[in-house]
Every structure is written in C-alpha cells, then in structure tokens.
Write a protein that binds this ligand. Structure first.
Ligand code: SF4
Length: 406
C-alpha cells in the first residue's frame, strides 16, 4: 500500500506570546521535518516564488524567504530565487533583493524570457510547452507559494506556482490560459459584434469580449462567476441565437492543463529534491499578478509544507474551507470588485463562493493525482501547536535597557 504523505502545518495561532511559539520557529520545524538533507553540496536550488508586480505587497514576506534560503545554505546548497523577468526586475520595490533574500534573484527564462526548454505534452491538441530554462537548470526545486484566489481556477497554490510560473510568458498566457477557448461554447458563424455587445451589457462581470483585430468573440472565463449558479444573464441575452453557453469543460480544461504543466516541471527533478511550502497568509481573492493591495478575505491560517504537491494543495484547501470567508470583510466589498454567492451557507468551497460553482479548486489536485503526482489522502502533522506551546514555560520577559543589536 502506498505511504500516506505527511503534511506539516504551523498555525498562525500560538499558545504563548513567546519566541519559542513564533511562526519562524514553526517554519524551522517544518523545514526540519521536510528533511532538506537530500540537498547536496553545491546543488543549485531554485526557490520558485511569485514575486508579485507593481504595488502588490501581499506576497510571501521576505522575512520567511530569508529563513528558507539560510536553511538551504546550511545544507551546502546554492539557492537562487526565481520568477518571471518583470517580477524579478522590479522585485526591489516589494522588498526582495539579494541582500534581503540572502541569494540572487534570477529571471526564470532569462532576461528576454526566451531561454526555454520545449517539453512535449499531449492535451487537447497542445503538443508542447516552453518550460523556463533557468528553473530546469537547477538541481533542487523549492516551490515556495503564496496561497490565494485566482480568477481561472479559483485557487492559486503549489500547482499554479510551477504550472504557470514555470513557463515563459507566451506558454503561460496564450497556451495555458488560452486552453479554456478550445471547447466551443457558441456558433462563431452566427456571432456578430453587435450581438456580443448585447451579451456583454447583460453580464455584470463584463466577461463576454470582442476582439476587433480578429473580429472574434470570446468569454473571459477568468472574470465569469457563472452568475453563482443562478440564471446566466449572458445565456438569457443570447436568446439561443448563437447557442452561447457556459460549460464546466471550459473551466476544467484550465485546471487539467495546469496538472499536465506541473507534472512536466516536476518530472524534470529528482523527486527527493522537491519541496513544497504554501504560505496561507494575507489570503486575497485574486492572484499576486494583479500588482495591487487587496482585502484579505480569509484570515491568516499559517504555513503548510510537504514533499507531495497533491497533498500540500489539498491540505491547504481543506484548511481554507475550515477557516471560511471573513464575512465582515466580504460584506464591505462592492459588487464592482467581485460578486459573492448570495447564500454563504451553501455547501461550496470558499473559493467557489467567490469565483463561482464551476471553478472547483480541488480539480487541479484531482487531475494531478490521476497523473500520479501525489495523494489527496494525507496525514496533517501540526508543529508547535497552540496547545503544545501553551504548556511550555515562557522565559522571563526582559526589556532592552540599552541597544543590544540582537
Ligand atoms: S454566466 Fe454570468 S458572469 Fe458569466 S459571463 Fe454569463 S452573465 Fe457574465
């Protein structure tokens, strides 16, 4: 029988306001349990992050990144933080530098995003993906992820961090995001710009779109919340003229291709040299690529780590479901920002309550599990829990009477 993977969890709730119960100590413990000893001397270690864009500061705090980098160095590894070229170039504005991270920050596919390795795949007529060359040059992968919402899949976690972030821009945006358009959902022959405008006007999310250059209509699936399971206003406005429909397969194909893309990256590494860390802090509705501040709609949960990508994302989603949406924050957010399911008690995952019932966040883990990437059954091991640290004797509190510089 296959071994059930372990998922290590450090909650943001501590039993004492003492350093021994701090999140840093929990991260250290998770790193110890993940056993970084498979990192050999001089191994090049890619710390794959989403460094955000512009003025978005709700990414993984550099404070924790530094801690992970030091742990890698302790093993003799040579770490570097990596992400897409633009995010790397302006990372300094969000506090990420060589000095603060403790290692260089290198563009994942070179400065022009053109250093790629073509990888063969077979999915819905897609035969290859351009994987990021710098990432694949590494010996070790530390998949260091900020868990948050995402328009296309409802959730962006460990899978998304490498499935989209592990590829060049055109593969990421055109091929992987574009896969939602492959299953047809209206009759193109019968569609006109005027008719499309009618559908767009009916949609509170402005999701139906017209491309003037291509003279083509499309649905921006990223924006569509499927009218939260109620009457689909775009379908009503179509009046059957083009057979416009909003189908599960369009949403599912994105998550399935994410699983395919993640597998391609993971297969390029020795399984013993892959580590996943999800930071469930500052959990926003949309992706870090928005590059702006966003309300945290789910309270901080903590840090989750595993060597199994399916387990780490499943556990993160389970913890998010247990935590639920912060209703007092949700109630203040206007519809123009996002629509939320009017019945918050309905049995849907919090990400579906935000992004719509057809965007089931577990799908990517299910597709990943079906491809042998891991197990959705896992053993959650909490480190330095509130109960454990509450029972620990706090050290005598001392105030600094003169600068100690420590
Ligand atoms: S289902 Fe609703 S949200 Fe989605 S495109 Fe149609 S009208 Fe817009």
């Amino acid at each position: 029988m296959a071994k059930i993977p372990e998922v290590y969890y450090g909650s943001n709730i501590s039993g004492r306001p003492s350093m021994f119960a701090n999140m840093t100590k929990k991260l250290d413990k998770i790193l110890e349990l993940l056993d970084l000893s498979t990192i050999e001397k001089k191994d090049k270690v890619a710390v794959k992050m989403h460094l955000g864009f512009n003025e978005g500061y709700q990414t993984v705090p550099v404070f924790f990144v530094r801690r992970v980098v030091e742990a890698i160095k302790k093993q003799g590894g040579v770490p570097f933080v990596t992400d897409n070229p633009t995010a790397v170039y302006n990372a300094v504005f969000r506090g990420y530098t060589q000095e603060t991270c403790g290692c260089p920050i290198i563009p994942i596919a070179g400065v022009k995003d053109g250093y790629v390795k073509k990888k063969e795949v077979d999915f819905e007529g897609i035969t290859s993906l351009d994987a990021a060359g710098v990432l694949l040059d590494a010996d070790v992968l530390v998949n260091l992820t900020h868990s948050k919402g995402h328009g296309s899949s409802s959730y962006g976690g460990a899978f998304k961090n490498i499935a989209l972030g592990g590829y060049s821009g055109p593969t990421r945006w055109l091929t992987i995001h574009g896969v939602v358009q492959r299953d047809s959902y209206f009759d193109e022959e019968k569609m006109t710009k005027e008719h499309l405008e009618k559908l767009k006007e009916a949609c509170p999310r402005n999701a139906p779109a017209w491309d003037d250059k291509k003279k083509k209509a499309s649905l921006v699936f990223y924006e569509c919340d499927q009218c939260h399971g109620g009457e689909k206003l775009c379908v009503k406005a179509d009046e059957g003229k083009t057979g416009w429909s909003v189908n599960p397969e369009n949403f599912n194909s994105f998550q399935e291709l994410m699983a395919v893309a993640a597998k391609t990256i993971l297969d390029s590494f020795d399984a013993a040299k892959i580590f996943h860390l999800n930071f469930l802090l500052d959990i926003t509705a949309f992706c870090d690529c928005y590059g702006m501040s966003m309300p945290a709609i789910i309270d901080d949960i903590g840090i989750v780590g595993s060597k199994d990508i399916v387990a780490v994302d499943t556990a993160s989603l389970d913890l998010i479901a247990e935590q639920g949406l912060n209703e007092s924050v949700i109630r203040k957010i206007p519809e123009q920002y996002m629509r939320v399911n009017p019945d918050l008690s309905t049995k849907l995952h919090p990400w579906q309550l935000i992004h719509g019932p057809l965007k089931d966040p577990y799908n990517v883990t299910k597709y990943g599990e079906a491809r042998g990437l891991g197990s959705s059954k896992y053993k959650l091991i909490e480190v330095l829990s509130a109960e454990e640290t509450a029972a620990m004797e706090p050290p005598k509190h001392t105030f600094e009477s003169e600068p100690s510089f420590f």
